[in-house]
Ligand binder design. Sequence first.
Ligand SMILES: C[S@@+](CC[C@H](N)C(=O)[O-])C[C@H]1O[C@@H](n2cnc3c(N)ncnc32)[C@H](O)[C@@H]1O
Length: 193
Amino acid sequence: MRATEQAHLLIRKAVKPGDWVVDATVGNGHDTHFLAGLVGPRGRVFGFDVQEIALAAAAERLGGQSQVKFIHAGHEALEAHLPSEGHGKLAAVMFNLGYLPGAPREIITRSETTLNALGQALNHLAIHGLVTLVVYPGHPGGDVEAADVRSYVQQLPQIFHVTRHGQINSPSTAPELIVIERQGTGSASARKI
Ligand SMILES: C[S@@+](CC[C@H](N)C(=O)[O-])C[C@H]1O[C@@H](n2cnc3c(N)ncnc32)[C@H](O)[C@@H]1O
């Protein structure tokens, strides 16, 4: 099963109608569409992307579902765009890293902003909420980002349960799903090791 499909499988179990969720990398809007269906009209989906072309494609796919708010900004601005009612209440945050399929590959997600956004997402995650990250070590820049995400999640406090999902017989360049579940209260600051 592909990493993106596995992410959907787990998110489907964690998100219910009325929940608040974030799509941290909207791209062509497949994940946004999926999340909008899960939370329904009473829920909220906040979708971030730095590329206008991506948000336009996603908006077309979604056809004006009122529970979705598209935000033309980097996911590192998550907290600034999340209304206070959503603080600490996110049921899910999805990151599908890398570049927009079919677009020039100069615009890719990068470690510094990804980890900044991940820290904010974890701070606003509800108990039993999930963050999913699909990392792509197979493209230039994606290898560094995947390694940085892996070492960041290893140092999270134990209120976060971290799992890595991948086939053990797949190449090291294959996409990988990393899932973080909040299991207790407290901040996401990495513990000292
Ligand atoms: C692999 S695509 C996402 C695919 C998407 N989830 C879908 O379902 O179609 C990665 C996206 O991340 C976006 N991106 C790059 N840097 C970003 C940032 N700092 N904040 C938010 N999005 C970013 C890119 O523009 C690109 O559209």
